[in-house]
Write a protein that binds this ligand. Structure first.
Ligand code: TXA
Ligand code: MG
Length: 326
């Protein structure tokens, strides 16, 4: 398969993408979080193509993207009051809601679970595509399974060249981190994945929201994605406290490793320095692109300094811990 790259703001490109999707093919498109690898969510064979292209384990369910709340409701058995409130405040936007699954949703999307994950993305190209093809789109992040999520079209091309028919280029994504995944099927809202919508924001909007306790096996069953390797560059990642970067770099250099230091401070170092913005939203926007750039530079060891775990910082630290776990 030859992969075509087209500007996402061109109506002819959207029309072509919609044709490919209606015919059961795959199209990568920008969202405000990260790029997604889309297929017609109502076609089990089209969706199977996503798993093959990404080498994604079949037990990891997919998010279904829809154009509006009405389309989301049609894919559920029930849409509780909290879902109405969350959708009214946050959609289009970086919040995914896990709800009781409707009959139209194929098994391959939910990995056989009785729930479905839904979101309305806020990117104009994603919305134009959803409207043009007139069906819900299943779309995981458009990376090879386990790699950092793509925040630019060139990242998608690097991972999926020859595996996707068309990539719509929408430039760098706004958040650079994935959506927050909120499960509304239990007694209390449960945040399964930290993301671009913060826990603080969700609590203010919805009242009590539990954060997933990953040492709790029963809770973990509700978030199948956490079983798998995630967000990891090829280089080994070492996460250290803010201020501890230089010492960790010294040790890596002494061990003969090609090392990079990722931090928010001005530092003198022998390592390749990737200085990310102090502002956490801007840090989040650039993190995955930075990790990919260090891979491309042949770095073997990435030392990353921790960031404060508030607001979007909690999502950043979640991704860094997973990257460090390999
Ligand atoms: O920002 C995003 O969410 C991006 C863009 C493209 O929308 N998509 C994305 O998809 O990050 P993916 O497949 O990389 O991550 C989806 C996460 C996984 O952790 C998966 O396990 C979880 O959502 N998920 C999907 N369906 C679920 C369900 N029914 N119950 C619990 N978790 C679910
Ligand atoms: Mg992903």
């Amino acid at each position: 398969m030859i992969t075509t790259l087209l500007a996402g703001d061109d109506p002819a490109a959207i029309a072509r993408a919609a044709d490919i999707l209606r015919a059961g093919g795959l199209v990568a498109f920008p969202t405000e979080t990260v790029y997604g690898l889309g297929a017609d969510a109502l076609s089990a064979t089209a969706v199977a193509g996503i798993f093959a292209a990404k080498d994604r384990p079949a037990d990891n369910p997919l998010i279904v993207h829809v154009a509006d709340v009405a389309a989301a409701r049609r894919l559920t058995r029930s849409f509780p009051a909290l879902a109405e409130r969350a959708a009214a405040a946050m959609w289009p936007g970086p919040l995914t809601l896990v709800l009781p699954r409707g009959e139209a949703v194929p098994d391959v999307i939910t990995a056989g679970q009785d729930t479905v994950a839904l979101r309305v993305p806020a990117h104009p190209v994603a919305l134009a595509l959803l409207r043009a093809c007139g069906r819900p789109l299943a779309a995981p992040s458009a990376n090879r399974s386990g790699r950092p999520s793509p925040t630019r079209a060139e990242h998608v091309l690097a991972d999926l060249d020859g595996r996707v028919a068309l990539i719509l280029d929408g430039g760098p994504t706004l958040h650079g981190l994935e959506s927050s995944v909120l499960d509304l099927t239990g007694p209390r809202p449960l945040l399964l994945r930290r993301g671009a919508a913060t826990l603080e924001q969700l609590r203010e909007l919805l009242g009590p929201v539990d954060a997933l306790d990953e040492s709790d096996a029963a809770a973990l069953r509700r978030s199948p994605g956490l079983r798998h390797r995630h967000y990891a560059p090829r280089a080994r990642v070492l996460l250290v406290a803010e201020g501890a970067g230089e010492a960790a770099v010294e040790r890596a250099l002494a061990a003969g490793e090609r090392v990079a230091l990722v931090c928010r401070r001005e530092v003198e170092t022998q390592a390749l320095l990737l200085r990310l913005p102090g502002d956490l939203a801007a840090f989040g926007r650039e993190l995955f692109a930075g990790l990919r750039a260090l891979d491309a530079a042949g770095i073997e060891r990435i030392v990353v300094e921790a960031v404060p775990e508030q607001g979007i910082g909690a999502a950043i630290m979640d991704r860094l811990r997973r990257a460090a776990a390999g």
